[in-house]
Design a protein around this ligand. Structure first.
Ligand SMILES: Cc1cc2nc3c(=O)[nH]c(=O)nc-3n(C[C@H](O)[C@H](O)[C@H](O)COP(=O)(O)OP(=O)(O)OC[C@H]3O[C@@H](n4cnc5c(N)ncnc54)[C@H](O)[C@@H]3O)c2cc1C
Length: 417
């Protein structure tokens, strides 16, 4: 009853998956977008990552930003936003596409394959029902590479050694280290009492939501004077020995909750309500090996590759394990994300989007932020639609055609000076 057929299937309705689905639909494909959660939004909903870092904000993400500003953050520049605002904007944009359908609350159980080619997936609903979705191209936008792994792709995890890619800031010996996790939360003043001095918190890394004051901890006196009353907190940072292992992740969550107890008690006493994000925020999981692996050297090259499908302007930002990494070295010039990094090395019928694309631990720490992940997603969607139209596999598609369609979809592919 449920079995479906689409030109393009996108798995994961997060920051890259939604632009992927819209990009594919606008490029002429029929699209099914599926999501494990009962709601869309990915990191913005699950982890309360409700602030755009780096840039450029372009293409579909720029449309979302304009809608956020117009309808949900009129008092601010909308770089900080409330979790449900992002969902509302993306539901609106998704609903504008007549050839796109969205199914939430379904999880991929099995990959349908013909030889080395992915031709769809079998999914299960929360009630244990299963159905199939047949597609010509599938996009893995899961943030953890679930689909690519099930399809037989090779994954990278942890920190590569310097000798692997000749990266100047990689350690001599590879290790299992990934970026720390953070549990975000929102605090909101109830009533008109005096502002609480947030600098008394143990974990002070917070921005002011809604009215666009920006980073609280960069100007605490101003924030105290204006008493904005609502904040987005990067609650605490916690190392997780393996973000792919549910039991280890659960243990990291309980550690994080304990670490925040004192801060939350202080806030409650001061008359603030606390809204904890549904999940501990996982910055890094699997990265899938593609036709090109983006490294620190690519980020520093200053030359945009000829097959650039997204531009990034956010430097290396490791969250842990960076004690010997001078702050000034973390800056990078603007860089290009090559189409080859979206094409998995080992299978056909599949494209990668978001933070799981093919890159090293250091490379990924830069392009993982939402504006860049969103642009990568849109590019994956456009490429998938073109593969269907031209009857080509992703590895055989001419990236210049993808770039031409992306330009028509208002995605920035050059560095603005
Ligand atoms: C703690 C933290 C703080 C951050 N801070 C910032 C910041 O301030 N600014 C910024 O720009 N970026 C920030 N980032 C980075 C950014 O949020 C992510 O890198 C980005 O959201 C990645 O997008 P994505 O589409 O790859 O994954 P996600 O947005 O995580 O979306 C993946 C989606 O796939 C779904 N999914 C997973 N498996 C399956 C499956 N098998 N079947 C169906 N669906 C599935 C998930 O439920 C999820 O909805 C932060 C990240 C974290 C964790």
């Amino acid at each position: 009853m449920y079995d479906k057929i689409a030109d393009v299937l996108v798995v994961g309705a997060g920051v890259s998956g939604i632009p992927a689905a819209i990009g594919a639909a606008r490029a002429g494909a029929t699209v099914v977008l599926i999501e494990d959660d009962p709601v869309i939004g990915g990191a913005t909903t699950d982890y309360f990552v409700d602030m755009f870092c780096g840039g450029p904000l372009t293409g579909i993400l720029q449309e979302a930003h304009t809608l956020l500003k117009t309808h949900y953050s009129p008092m601010s520049d909308a770089y900080f936003f409330l979790p449900d605002s992002f969902q509302r904007v993306f539901w609106y944009l998704l609903a504008q596409e007549p050839t796109l359908s969205v199914i939430t609350g379904v999880r991929v159980m099995e990959i349908l394959r013909e030889g080395q080619r992915v031709v769809g997936v079998r999914v299960a609903t929360g009630l244990g029902r299963t159905f199939t979705i047949h597609s010509q191209i599938t996009i893995d936008a899961t943030g953890c590479g679930d689909v690519a792994l099930m399809a037989g792709c090779t994954a990278m995890y942890g920190c590569e050694a310097r000798s692997d890619f000749d990266e100047p800031h990689a350690p001599l010996i590879p290790d299992h280290h990934v970026q720390e996790c953070t549990w975000l939360y929102i605090s909101q003043k109830i009533g008109n009492g005096p502002a609480f001095d947030m600098m008394k918190l143990e974990h002070v890394h917070l921005g002011v939501l809604v009215n666009g004051l920006g980073w609280f901890h960069e100007d605490p006196e101003l924030a105290m004077r204006l008493n904005p009353g609502i904040y987005l907190h990067w609650g605490c940072r916690v190392a997780c020995a393996d973000t792919r292992d549910s039991a280890i992740l659960t243990s990291a969550q309980t550690t994080a909750l304990r670490m925040m107890e004192r801060d939350h008690a202080l806030l409650r006493e001061a008359g603030y309500a606390i809204y904890l994000a549904p999940r501990l925020g996982v910055r890094e999981s699997n990265r899938i090996v593609g036709e090109h692996i983006i490294t620190e050297n690519d980020l520093r090259s200053r030359d945009l590759p000829a097959d650039t499908i997204a531009v990034g302007t956010y430097g290396i930002d490791l969250w842990g394990g960076d004690e010997n990494f001078p702050v000034e070295d973390r800056q990078t010039p603007a860089y290009g994300i090559p189409y080859r990094a979206l094409v998995p090395r080992d299978v056909d019928g599949l494209l990668l989007a978001g933070k799981i694309i093919s890159g090293s631990h250091l490379g990924m720490s830069a392009y993982r932020v939402m504006p860049i992940a969103g642009s990568i997603g849109q590019a994956a969607g456009v490429a998938a639609a073109l593969c269907v139209q031209r009857r080509k596999q992703p590895r055989d598609l001419d990236a210049q055609v993808v770039r031409a369609v992306l330009r028509n979809q208002n995605q920035q592919l050059e560095v603005m000076v």
